[in-house]
Structure formats: structure tokens, C-alpha cells
Design a protein around this ligand. Sequence first.
Ligand code: FES
Length: 283
Amino acid sequence: MRALLTRVEQDSRLDRVGDRLQRVVLGTLRPRRLRDLLHGVTLGHPLHPAMVQVPVGAWISAAVLDLMPGQRRAATVLVGLGTVSALPAAVAGLNDWAALSRDQRRVGLVHAAANSVGVTLYAGSLAARLSGRHGVGRTLGWLGLSAASLGAYIGGHLAYKQGAQVNQSVSELHRISEGWHSLVEMGALPQRTLVTREVDDVSVILYRHGDEVTVMLERCAHQSGPLGEGEVQEIGGHACVVCPWHGSAFRLNGGEVVQGPSGNDQQILPTRIQDGVLQTRLP
Ligand code: FES
């Protein structure tokens, strides 16, 4: 299975379908605020993994009830709940998928295909149960659960092996040693300008506004884009750094994501001024 998924990651034949679907998703899911909502920007966490809990939980519960006598009605309700709730979860997933890198999109396409088969089988299961054919409904339910489980396995590969929609920058903290690190003389730090420095060998950006200074990891939480090469823009009344790669924006006075495709906040580091020198340390 691992070897198969590695081949999928490298299979450029999937790009024709993937590129076309990406254009459709980006052209359909508008305005940007809708896309941000689906990315989980308002939560500060990706929304899709949370949304899939409902169909997965409902379908597994229905499968258990299918093994028990006298539970047809409850199982039918759960199959219906799972099937209906899978649709918004799929839309949120497609929205995240459209902002992934090419190798991630290839695997994401197979993940979506397996889940689409699962949803179709569950829709058939629901129809069979509602028309009184509970034996057929149970069989289609088991097949649907198998397809959805395969989709979940592939989704796990996408998230945990390929790092899709996980915070790409926060692991940098593990390379920063304990204690305070000197960065720059305050007198040499310009106002309202992004400055890049290193803490150990980890790149951080500094932004000074009056006597307040923000120190933030430089690698973007979305796909490791260089925030030090980004622009500072006023968004919602706050100074934000906008990533030059895909446009995610993070508040410079807190690191909160205010614009996707990142669904994660950007890590801020604590600061202090010691003898006129700006210092930082691990949170
Ligand atoms: S790397 Fe994608 S928005 Fe920063």
C-alpha cells in the first residue's frame, strides 16, 4: 500500500484531471471569505478533519447497529445523517485540496475518489433501507464503510506523510535551543518593515511598530513559503504579513491567520529588550 501511494504521488497522469478540477473548485468556491471559512481560518485550525467526524461516526455507529436486532430504524437514521453530512465535509476537503502542492493533489484525488465511492454506496444503502430492502441496505453500508475506510487511510497518508494542511512551520521550534537569544540592537531596527534574522539556524521575521516588536517564525504555516519576502498589509484594522506564495495572511500582533489557504496560525516568539538589544526565546 505504501509503495502504491508513493507511485500515486509521482504519477503525473493524474494532473490532467487534477488541474481541471482545481480550476473548477477555485472558480466555484467564491468569494474568498467562503474559502477562508472552509479552510478553518476563523477557528485557527483546518475545518475538514473536524467535519469528517460526523459522517465517520454516524456510519460506524450504523454498522454496529446493523449487527444488532431491532435497530433498523436507528441505523437508517444514522446512514442518512452520515450521507448528508459527508457533502459539506467534502466541499471543505476540496477547498483545502485545491491549495495543495502537485504531489499532494495527486494523492488527494485518489482520497476523494475513494470517499466518493463510499458516499455513493451509502446513498444507495439509504435508498434501499427507505424502500424496505434492509438486507441490501446493510450490504451496501458495509461496502460503503470499506470504501470510506480506504479513503481515510489515504487521507492519513496525505496529512501525516505528506504534511497536507498541517502546520509546516511549528516543528522549527524544536531546532531552537532554550534560553534568550539576542537578535538586533533596537536602535538598528526600522519601523514597520519586515526584517529577517536567525535564531540558531531558524529563520524568524521581526516587525517593529513603535516600541512593540513581533518575532514570528518565517516559514509559512501553510507550505513553508518565505514570509520575510511577503508584504505587510492592513487587514481588518491590523497589520498583517501576507505570504508571497499563496496569499495566507497572519496578524503581526498575534500570529492569528486572517486569510487562507492556511488554516493554522503562525507561531510568535516571546520578546524582551535587554541593554537595548532585542532578544527572543522559545514560547
Ligand atoms: S506557503 Fe502557501 S500561503 Fe504561505
